[in-house]
Design a protein around this ligand. Sequence first.
Ligand SMILES: Cc1ncc(COP(=O)(O)O)c(C=O)c1O
Length: 406
Amino acid sequence: MSYENNTKLLNDPDFKVVYRDFEERLIEKIQKYTISNAKDLYPRLKTKHYLAHGSYGLCPDVLLNCYREWSLDIEADPAVFYYRVLYPYLIRSIRVLADFINTKPTNVFLVPNVEIGIASVLQNYSGRVCCFDLSYQAVVNQLEKFDLVKIPLPALGKEAILDTLREFLQNNTVKLGIFEHTTSPTGIVMPIKEIIEICKSFGVDTLIDGAHGIGMISLDFQELKPDYYTSNFHKWMSSPRGCAFLYVDPKHTVRPLISSWGYKLGPWNEFIWQGTNDYSAYLAIPLCIKLFKQLNYIERNNSLARWTGNILSRAWNTKTLTNDYASMVTLTLPKNLKADFDLHDALYDRGIQVPVFVFRNVRMMRVSIHVYNNKNDVVVLGRTVLELYGYPSDYPGYSALLEAKL
Ligand SMILES: Cc1ncc(COP(=O)(O)O)c(C=O)c1O
């Protein structure tokens, strides 16, 4: 096996998913987990109420062990590993992933993170590109070298977003639009299917930043049909870090950032080898998808996040930023009745990790919900914010929280 004949294996109709012995053992281990005991998958978690999954994810031990086993396997004989073992197992990861997101394996490439996925696509473009004015700044920084138009989004409802985009495209010519599936830090789930359709009708290509896509929202690429979509496995799929994918519509050709051994052998052979590296996070994808299917958490996380939005906004007498959210809900905070202080740090001192930030001049909090979170985390957060902000014990918000938990 070498980088030169990957495509054959990629299309082989007789290809079978085979697990290594250590994977079989880990698969056996995950059988006992359901949502109700899923917190036990994360024995390393020290912070009592970790409501910040959206920041860097959180990897369960079972997936870290899979990652480690692959890394250790390299040292049995690195030459054998890189020449013979690596490629078929990378292709296994891609085939399992492609099946999971309903596309062909030839349309999917593994990359270390979303920013690299985005940079790979941008290499092919020049001229005018657009994004919304609430896009993730690290990505916007990549766009600064283009003729970039940031489309202002004063209103954040679905129809307002679509109307704004339509009106913009009626009056402007752009080649590529970069849009987030779920915005950060604000957690808005954008109407991405409609955005893609509108862009198509104006002849504009779409690059979807799905950093918070896979694992938070079900993905079906036969249905979604973007030009490009990149998503982190290490966020909502909870995989070891350094694992993301880039989907490319077959009508386009994207090259990786590094022209290495696969150079001029087609994108497939180019992407699969990006220099000597530890590719173990990619190799853990099949187990990661197995764990996802075992816990089947998208609907549960999203409905607990909705419960969170409802109960906190009621207890604090505040508002969620939008109704269009999935596993991350952003809320305005209650009025602080005390002298100003750093709310994030004060919460952290009390065992709660949650991002607090300013969006459009208003202080907000983004609460993430994953399998290891429960209603108690949310009630503790709600109560602690009221206490820190100086609300007396007869303030009705406290009883709203107590009643909701029952
Ligand atoms: C919307 C969005 N885009 C891009 C990124 C960058 O992801 P990464 O740092 O994994 O490349 C993030 C990270 O949080 C994000 O939230």
